[in-house]
Ligand binder design. Sequence first.
Ligand code: ATP
Ligand code: MG
Length: 417
Amino acid sequence: VPAYRTAEIIAVGSELLTPYRLDTNSLFLTERLNEVGITVRAKVVVGDDHNALADAIRAALGRADIVITTGGLGPTADDLTREVAADVLGCPLEEDPQILQAIKVRFERRGLPMPAMNRRQAMVPARATPLANPHGTAPGLLMESEGHLLVLLPGPPRELQPMFGSHVMPRLASATEGRCLARRVVKVTGRSESQVDEIAHPIYSGLGDSDVVVSTTILAAPGQIELHLSAAGTVRSRLDVVLDEGVARLADALGPFVFSVDGRSLEQVVGDALRDRSWHVAVAESCTGGLLLTRLTDVPGSSAWVTGGVVAYANSVKTGELGVPLSLIEAHGAVSEPVAEAMAEGVRRLLGAEAGVGITGIAGPEGGTRDKPVGTVVIAVAAGRAAVRTHSFLGNRDVVRRFATTAALDMLRRALA
Ligand code: ATP
Ligand code: MG
């Protein structure tokens, strides 16, 4: 069995070259390949074009141990991957009677005759090993060429993912000379990328030894920084020891700004903290227009800890539904700490929850003043440790809203801690 160390991925489909469709298959494949110690060296998106695809496959086979294509295995004329792969490897297409039979049966089960065009999907390169597709008609195909592996997978993720897991992974795992890779993610909020790196760099740069190679990446999103650590080596338990120690030291140095070391999202961490207390949360949102409630309810099972919310955009909703005294708004303005506190307390009472959150701010682009420029957002939490804070976020409307909801989730997390 040849040793596979490197891979390249080719995502096939003209729709992937438009702004409307994103290639996500390569992300899935990269994650799974990394798990068995295979590095993705390059990936490319090509349209449904014979020459472009042929060039891409040929070039990738010249560089990488494994080349994986996704898409273009369907029955229509623009699905070219089979033909092109056969061309590149110089082996003719032949009709595979077993594949043809499987496709016919699939149509019969739905009470339909097989359309003539689906016969194309049974035409496979003579030397290829078909990979069964229980979730669609197109089988995947696996071919070898001078020690390199060429794998053709269907485009739809729900077909590709199980096929890769049951038919491709086992072959790769047995051909990686026992090399393996482990990963950890440390998630941080309330600190900037440079602040995090200043503290984290001395720690992660010293991780690992001659047997365990550790690499680190920092990913930043509005209000959130992720440190991704990956360790490569040959002994799984050694990788885990090195990474666990690294994560513990990072968590210690970064302190309460770390909200997750086990992959959970901030929404999930907050949800778990509420569930542990058997508490419910209710939210009153002005400038975020319901985004906080959306994020809280993105978590499956969140009905166990989310009561609901009020989008109090107009002052009349703040005073009416939430019972914020008009005098408070007149004295301090709608974007102020007393109003945010009254919103949090008001929605908590109105919806009968143990915890309440109030958000009021100026998301822009208009509405800013000298005292309260665009990006000023006041967030209050009424529960356990009550808290209120005025934030100044930088960015456009979307970014300010995103920052605001992340900060609100984090204040809630800390109030529950
Ligand atoms: P089908 O038999 O469904 O035509 P196929 O193998 O020919 O399968 P494509 O026609 O290329 O696959 O893609 C079918 C659908 O799969 C696309 O419309 C898209 O929704 C999804 N898809 C294709 N490629 C990708 C990709 N790289 N990442 C995510 N989704 C993809
Ligand atoms: Mg197709």
